[in-house]
Design a protein around this ligand. Sequence first.
Ligand SMILES: [Zn+2]
Length: 303
Amino acid sequence: RFVTYDARIFSFREKDWTVSLTTVEGRERFELAIGNYQRGMLAGSNPKSATLVQRKDGSYYIQICVEKNPPKQQDTDRVIGVDLGRTDIAHTSEGDNWNGQQLNRVRDHYSKLRAALQRKASKGTRSSRRRCRELLQRLSGKERRFQTWVNHRISKVIVSRAKATNSAIALEDLTGIRERVNQQPRSKAERRRANSWAFYQLRQFLEYKALRAGVALILVPPAYTSQTCHRCLHIHPDPAQSYRSGKKFKCGHCGWEGDADLNGANVIALLGAAVNQPRGSWLACQLQGYRKPALYCEAVRVG
Ligand SMILES: [Zn+2]
């Protein structure tokens, strides 16, 4: 069973990935359960028609008619590595970085307010408890919108840079980010930052903006990207130690010294480049014989 919708009774809103449909009960808005590929297709597309289909089990799905095709991915051997969510929100191998200080201040502010409200919401009269719950909800909406705005800005800059320089973008695997960020015991504030939906969202934005711009996206395994020196590909010979120390990286082999996130982003770019050129075996050769050889081989190309 299906219903066909045209522009008079159907509209799509990109801001929150919802569609508005006229139903027997009037106009209703529905959230779309979609992945990055669909987001990439829908973004900026202004669809004019859709078909609502009821499945046998009673659930619904919607086919949205999109007129354009996403651009073909450009072929390139240049790769921009992006390191996400360590001490900076994002750091690229080109040296662009967005540090989290301002953002963290805003988040800490909200989190303190929230904690205070939560304490209040658990005691007091019934009406004051309700008032607290409403405030809490408004607060989380504000925080979310601010974070989303920041993520749009960052992903836009990175994708435009890749497009302008005819480069692919290399990122670490998402599951890897969680594992890696949780490697060391961290303060409560740090963990809250690391496990938030914010980094997941930034990644999603990067993925669909890249797709829309025709920029190739490469995922690389996150293991050891922060420990490996991007210049000589050396890892500290003692597994219990690292050339990285907080925001600093100092290679004990070649002596390179600098920002640890910049180093990480460059390692990601190298791994990405190795994936992008399957015949280029130089990275594999150099990595073999070190503590963790063949980092590159699990990496996958997306799209
Ligand atoms: Zn080195």
